[in-house]
Design a protein around this ligand. Structure first.
Ligand SMILES: Nc1ncnc2c1ncn2[C@@H]1O[C@H](COP(=O)(O)OP(=O)(O)OP(=O)(O)O)[C@@H](O)[C@H]1O
Length: 236
C-alpha cells in the first residue's frame, strides 16, 4: 500500500503571509523533512498537508497504489475523508483535552482511531511505560510539563501506526533518551508510511533510509532530491 501526496501550484494565505508551491512536490513513504527559518511557513505547510486548512489555489492529491479486480494495480485517488482516516497529526502547540487525564485522553484517542477495544489497555500501558509516563497516567493534561505533554501528543499521533504521519517539531522539549525512543518508533513506521517532520535542527534529520528534504523560503516550498544539500541551506 504505497501512498503519495502531490502538491501542484498550491497557494494558501494567512493574513499577509502566503504559502506557495510552484514546483512539483511529492511526499512519499519514508521520512520527509520540512525545514526553513522561523516564520518561513513550516507549521502552515504541515496544517495544509494535514487538511486542517484548504488550499485557495492548485491541488493537493492523496493517492494510493491499489489492486482491484478488473482494474489491476493502479493509483486510486483518496477523498479528504479517506486520507484523514489514515492520518496522525501532532500540531506545533499540542494541548489535547486539558481536563482529561493522560490515560483517559489516550484511551479515547485509541478508540477513536479504531484500535480494537480489547487491545487498547495493553497497548497503552506499553506506550506509557516506554515513554516514562506510566506513573503520571492519572494526571490531567493541564498539569503536565511541556515535555510530558509533547510525549502525549506524540503518542496520540503514532498510536495506530498511521500511514500518513505529520509531526510539527516533534522532539521539542524531550530529553535525549525520549528522543531516541520516539525516533526509533518513527523510523520503523517510515518503512510503510509517509512521515512528515518539520524541524529547525539539522541534528534531528539524521535518520531514515528513505529521506526527502523540503525547504521553505519565505513561504515558497521546494523539494530537494539530495539530503546532502541540507548543509548548504540557511535553516535557522
Ligand atoms: N494566526 C495567524 N494569522 C496571521 N498570520 C499568521 C498567523 N500565524 C502565523 N502567521 C504568520 O504566518 C507565517 C508563517 O508562520 P508559521 O507558523 O507557518 O512558520 P514556521 O516556519 O512554522 O515558524 P516557526 O519555525 O517559528 O514555528 C509567519 O510569518 C507568521 O507570522
Amino acid at each position: 500500500m504505497s501512498i503519495r501526496i502531490t502538491l501542484s501550484n498550491v497557494e494558501y494565505s494567512r493574513g499577509t503571509f502566503k504559502l506557495a508551491v510552484d514546483t512539483p512536490c511529492t511526499f512519499a513513504a519514508g521520512i520527509n523533512y520540512v525545514v526553513g527559518r522561523n516564520g518561513a511557513g513550516k507549521s502552515t505547510a504541515l496544517k495544509l498537508l494535514a487538511t486542517a486548512v484548504e488550499p485557495e489555489k492548485g491541488s493537493m492529491i492523496f493517492t494510493m497504489l491499489t489492486s482491484e479486480e478488473g482494474a489491476g494495480m493502479h493509483r486510486k485517488q483518496l477523498s479528504v475523508e479517506e486520507a484523514r482516516a489514515l492520518m496522525g497529526f501532532l500540531p506545533q502547540h499540542f494541548t489535547g483535552y486539558s481536563d482529561m487525564t493522560i490515560e483517559r485522553y489516550l484511551t479515547c484517542m485509541a478508540f477513536h482511531k479504531g484500535i480494537p477495544h480489547r487491545l487498547v489497555k495493553a497497548a497503552l500501558e506499553k506506550w506509557l511505560m516506554d515513554s516514562k509516563l506510566l506513573e503520571l497516567r492519572k494526571r490531567k493534561l493541564r498539569a503536565l510539563s511541556g515535555g510530558q505533554l509533547q510525549k502525549v501528543g506524540l503518542i496520540q499521533a503514532l498510536i495506530n501506526q498511521p500511514r500518513i504521519c505529520i509531526l510539527d517539531e516533534p522532539f521539542e522539549g524531550l530529553d535525549n533518551q525520549e528522543k531516541t525512543f520516539f525516533k526509533r518508533v518513527i523510523y520503523k513506521l517510515s518503512h510503510h508510511s509517509i512521515i512528515i517532520i518539520s524541524t529547525n535542527f539539522p541534528e534531528d534529520m539524521e535518520q531514515g533510509d528513505q529521506k526527502s528534504l523540503f525547504y521553505l523560503d519565505e513561504g515558497k516550498l521546494r523539494m530537494y532530491d539530495e539530503m546532502a544539500e541540507v548543509d548548504s541551506l540557511p535553516i535557522i
